[in-house]
Design a protein around this ligand. Structure first.
Ligand SMILES: *Cc1c(COP(=O)(O)O)cnc(C)c1O
Length: 372
């Protein structure tokens, strides 16, 4: 396999074993008949779609889920057998490709079904569809039972379509308060029960519902964030039914080390001013890699010490304050463990006032993913 060489020492290390560990933990937790749908959208939350998909299938997942046609086709090019579901809306003209490449689509519009039906005579294999119910998320999906009946009947009547599943998505499963969650669940159950025949795969739970709520497993769960070893929310983190192992660590190296004197300035704007003699290290990672400027002040690990990023983060580089003189080439951990210390993605998301999901997704393609 072609592998280009990485010259720049900034890299994300992905431990596929940890992804498999998280899936195996989930497997133990689930009812034996419940299938695991591995959610590998957005390049597997930045971890690498093919590598994660293959590892997940090996560890017990039976289906892959993505968000877009492009993501599905990229997987299908290399993964021939496993079912792939696109969770988002797809354009009508993609349906022919979906049928040809055995990609299951999400459906929630009768107009869409009628338009696709016009090209369906050319399908060599039936197009697999999962009906989406909007039980309260307010994103995509059927909101009325009459709509569901009409949609179901239109699909069922066409030999070029196959109803393979029905699903919904929860808006608040990661919270302690179950009010909206319970309403959504009741709505979904009554919609499913209104069908003349239960589709093969009824699924509702994302990670948070799988780990945080009872009795929502149905035929399958959609396992995303915690497959990567991250908790969906601080609340779920405190109530995890099993331990998780984060799969991604981010590291770099010092490319320059210098001593500065009192009054010397560091980086754009000259805002950082040394109050005394200091050792400063420069790292080749910046906001174009996903180390956003809002992360100035965030600590990194070097020789087991926690030290801060100082001054403004540049596009490709940033500076850290060293506790003492160190050599060029010294390893720096931005996310992950070193000696007794650990920096979790949660620290970054807290600093950026966002959710942990954003952190691996924002590491750009300039950072090579290295697999262990
Ligand atoms: C992204 C997504 C998931 C996975 O969510 P996690 O919180 O990462 O488990 C599941 N279902 C749908 C419809 C999604 O869009």
């Amino acid at each position: 396999m072609y592998q280009h060489q990485n010259f720049r020492p900034t890299k994300a290390i992905i431990e596929l074993e940890n992804i498999q560990y998280n899936i195996k933990q989930l497997r133990e937790h689930l009812h034996p008949a419940t299938e695991i749908i591995a959610v590998v959208k957005a390049n597997a939350y930045g971890h690498g779609d093919l590598q994660v998909a293959n590892a997940a299938l090996q560890a017990g997942a039976s289906m892959l889920a993505v968000a877009t046609p492009e993501e599905a086709l990229h997987l299908r090019e290399f993964i021939k057998e496993a079912p792939i579901l696109i969770l988002g809306a797809t354009p009508v003209y993609f349906a022919t490709f979906a049928a040809q490449y055995d990609i299951s689509l999400t459906v929630f519009s009768l107009d869409w079904v009628n338009e696709v039906a016009k090209q369906a005579v050319n399908f060599k294999k039936p197009l697999k569809l999962h009906i989406k119910i909007d039980s309260g998320m307010g994103r995509i999906g059927v909101r009325k039972k009459t709509e569901l009946t009409a949609l179901y009947n239109a699909i069922d009547a066409n030999e070029h379509f196959l109803i393979d599943g029905i699903f919904t998505h929860f808006a608040t499963a990661d919270e302690e308060d179950s009010t909206q969650y319970n309403e959504q669940l009741a709505t979904f159950v009554s919609f499913v029960e209104s069908l003349p025949k239960k589709p093969r795969l009824v699924h509702a739970a994302n990670t948070a519902a799988t780990l945080n709520k009872e009795d929502v497993q149905f035929d399958a769960v959609r396992f995303g964030i915690s497959m990567y070893g991250l908790a969906p929310s601080p609340y779920v983190d405190k109530h995890l039914p099993f331990s998780l192992k984060p799969a991604l660590s981010l590291e770099s190296e010092l490319v320059h080390v210098k001593k500065i004197e009192q009054g010397d300035k560091v980086s754009y704007g000259g805002n950082y001013v040394a109050t005394k003699e200091e050792w400063i290290g420069t790292m080749p990672i910046g906001y174009a890699d996903g180390l956003l400027r809002g992360l100035a002040g965030q600590e990194v690990l070097i020789q087991g010490n926690r030290v801060p990023i100082i001054g403004r983060i540049c596009m490709d580089q940033c500076m850290i304050k060293l506790p003492y003189e160190m050599s060029v080439g010294e390893k720096v951990i931005l996310i992950g463990q070193q000696q007794q210390q650990e920096i979790q993605m949660k620290e970054w998301s807290d600093r950026l006032q966002t959710i942990v999901y954003e952190i691996p997704c924002m590491l750009t393609s300039r950072i090579p993913r290295i697999y262990k």
